[in-house]
Design a protein around this ligand. Structure first.
Ligand code: NAD
Ligand code: DAU
Length: 340
């Protein structure tokens, strides 16, 4: 039996990871440590709650005593650190929680891993640590780090710490750097769910700048299948890029969502650009494909429809969110434009 500490498992990618793993195998026990910030939602784990191989602990990865207690209690074989503050725009409004959770929190986990023998510590990082690309080229694992936002700089700091702990103390750390995810349970501050929900509510779709920024999209289950591969076969001290080779301009995605929903393009509204907005991300994932035998299985055109379908079927999930704390954030970000 693997005994895995998953952190941040009530958020978007972590909850999909837990649900995917518990649905597909019975040789793992998962303890999910999550602080339940605005982004964490126990509803994402309604199915897992019924599984005897799953346990939820509400708590902060920055809490040394709690982390030590959990390591002693469960003798983890693996740690997968999804916990983070993740939204670039929020990091621009206020960076402190990003450095606390993403840097200090990762340090607390690494110190616990130093004290306890485990097989592997997987740091879930991001392609944003590489900065921004011009029209040509792809991010490779050897691309120099050049983070541009408080969010990406905090993730880059954590990555360097994982590598330093591996080099100095022999901590069995591995880093994954994935591109933009989409799928069920994504908090509607991120591009795709925000556009789906605003379109359904007949609200304006705020496009930053000229809408020509490029992101490389991957369906969340493909990302999580890659994380599973890294858990099984990834080499410690290594970095693995994860991406599905699906570059799209923001405006293309927004128009596609409108057409799937049968809504008019006049909902699109160009707004002020994000400060320091990265122009293009694109991932070279040949290392994980060649060395670990991973490849994505979801086609963008099918998976984006499946995603829109999920938001249509799960109105309660997002209506609860947009009536709560989200309203305060939306006002800070876009002005007082969210209708009742
Ligand atoms: P999310 O914002 O949806 O969820 C983050 C989760 O972490 C929440 O459940 C939150 O409650 C929890 N959390 C935050 N601070 C915590 C703390 N101090 N202690 C314990 N739990 C805490 O994030 P996501 O989009 O699911 O991203 C998960 C990971 O994947 C992050 O590390 C992110 O950097 C990385 N990533 C995300 C994407 C993407 O497109 N969303 C792409 C690549 C990498
Ligand atoms: O690349 C991986 C990263 O992807 C992750 O590490 C981050 O956690 C995740 O938030 C995401 O970062 P982005 O900044 O790329 O994602 P976001 O959904 O915020 O924005 C995607 C693009 O859409 C970006 O160019 C900004 C633009 N955008 C976003 C929002 C929310 C808009 O034009 N309008 C919007 O309202």
């Amino acid at each position: 039996m693997r005994r895995i500490l998953v952190t941040g498992g009530a958020g978007f990618i972590g909850s999909n990871f837990i649900n995917y793993i518990l649905d597909s195998r019975d040789d793992v026990v998962i303890v999910n440590l999550d602080k339940l910030t605005y982004a964490g939602n126990p509803e994402n784990l309604a199915g897992a709650e019924k599984n005897r191989n799953y346990q939820f602990v509400k708590g902060d990865i920055c809490n040394n005593e709690l982390v030590e207690y959990l390591f002693n209690k469960h003798s983890f074989t693996n740690v997968i650190n999804f916990a983070a503050e993740t939204h670039v725009d929020r990091s621009i409004l206020g960076a402190e929680p990003f450095y606390n959770t993403n840097v200090i929190g990762t340090n607390v986990l690494l110190e616990a891993v130093r004290r306890h023998k485990i097989e592997k510590f997987i740091q879930i990082s991001t392609d944003e640590v590489y900065g921004s690309l011009g029209p040509e080229g792809l991010f490779q694992e050897t691309t120099p780090l050049s983070p541009n936002s408080p969010y990406s700089s905090s993730k880059a700091a954590a990555d360097l710490m994982v590598l330093a702990y591996h080099h100095t103390y022999g901590v069995p750390g591995v880093i994954t750097r994935c591109s933009n995810n989409y799928g069920p349970n994504q908090f509607p501050e991120k591009l795709i769910p925000l556009m789906i929900i605003n379109a359904l509510n007949g609200q304006k779709l705020p496009v930053y700048g000229d809408g020509m920024n490029v992101r490389d999209w991957i369906y969340v289950e493909d990302h999580n299948r890659a994380v599973e591969k890294v858990m099984e076969r990834g080499k410690t001290g290594q970095i693995y890029n994860i991406g599905a080779g699906c570059e799209m301009k923001n405006l293309e995605i927004i128009k596609l969502i409108l057409s799937i929903l049968g809504r008019q393009e006049n909902l699109i509204e160009f707004v002020a650009d994000r400060p320091g907005h990265d122009r293009r991300y694109a991932i070279d994932s040949s290392k994980i494909r060649n060395e670990l035998g991973w490849r994505p299985v979801f086609e963008f055109n099918d998976a984006i429809r499946k995603t829109v379908e999920w938001y249509l079927k799960n109105r309660n999930w997002w209506e609860n969110i947009i009536s709560g704390e989200y309203r305060r954030y939306y006002k800070l970000q876009y002005g007082d434009t969210l209708s009742n």
